[in-house]
Design a protein around this ligand. Structure first.
Ligand SMILES: Nc1nc2c(ncn2[C@@H]2O[C@H](COP(=O)(O)OP(=O)(O)OP(=O)(O)O)[C@@H](O)[C@H]2O)c(=O)[nH]1
Ligand SMILES: [Mg+2]
Length: 167
């Protein structure tokens, strides 16, 4: 699970574990947690710190990755941050180690009034929200979420994971 600092990755990880905890600390390296899916299967989620100085570490953990969950703070309208987030995403999509790996792209913080709407996201990130698409070698699903909400976030994300794993 990757994305810029403050995007909401750790908050989402807690949701996936059904813990309604509010996160206040940036991740300094990586949190690893097991999440249970259907058919007694489970996945290990590696939540990496997104601070600029930590992003270099992402590339040491790409081997054996089966899915990338890329989280974006859709309420951060700073053009520099949008560009950084796009650049990091592009770097991952083009990385040889991740060839053919599905991506789930989550535009988080939709609860905030300044959050970008679907049209703005699609225009700024050049990504279609909702439908499955193929970008270079990758199957991609992008959607909007609110990681702090306690309604259905876990179910929504697990459904997306199962969709890219099993379908
Ligand atoms: N309003 C709102 N705040 C959120 C949401 N998701 C996360 N946050 C807050 O955003 C801040 C950053 O969230 P984190 O989960 O720590 O972000 P992160 O991506 O893990 O950041 P790094 O560990 O620095 O890479 C925290 O204060 C969260 O509570 C959301 O959906 N809505
Ligand atoms: Mg974190």
């Amino acid at each position: 699970m990757l994305g810029l600092d403050g995007a909401g990755k750790t908050q989402l990880l807690y949701q996936l574990q059904a813990q309604n905890q509010i996160i206040s600390q940036p991740t300094t390296r990586v949190n690893v947690q097991t999440i249970h899916l259907q058919n007694n299967s489970s996945i290990s989620v590696w939540d990496m710190g997104g601070h600029p100085q930590l992003r270099v570490l992402w590339f040491y953990y790409l081997q054996n990755t089966q899915i990338v969950i890329y989280v974006v703070d859709s309420a951060d309208r700073d053009p520099n941050r949008i560009q950084q987030s796009k650049n990091e995403l592009e770097r991952l999509l083009n990385h040889q180690e991740l060839e053919n790996i599905p991506f789930i792209i989550l535009f988080n913080k939709t609860d905030l009034p300044q959050a970008m709407n679907i049209e703005e996201i699609q225009e700024k990130f050049n990504i279609t929200i909702g439908s499955k698409q193929t970008v270079t070698s990758h199957k991609i699903i992008a959607t909007q979420i609110t990681a702090i909400s306690n309604t259905c976030v876990k179910e929504e994300v697990i459904k997306l994971l199962e969709k890219v794993i099993f379908e």
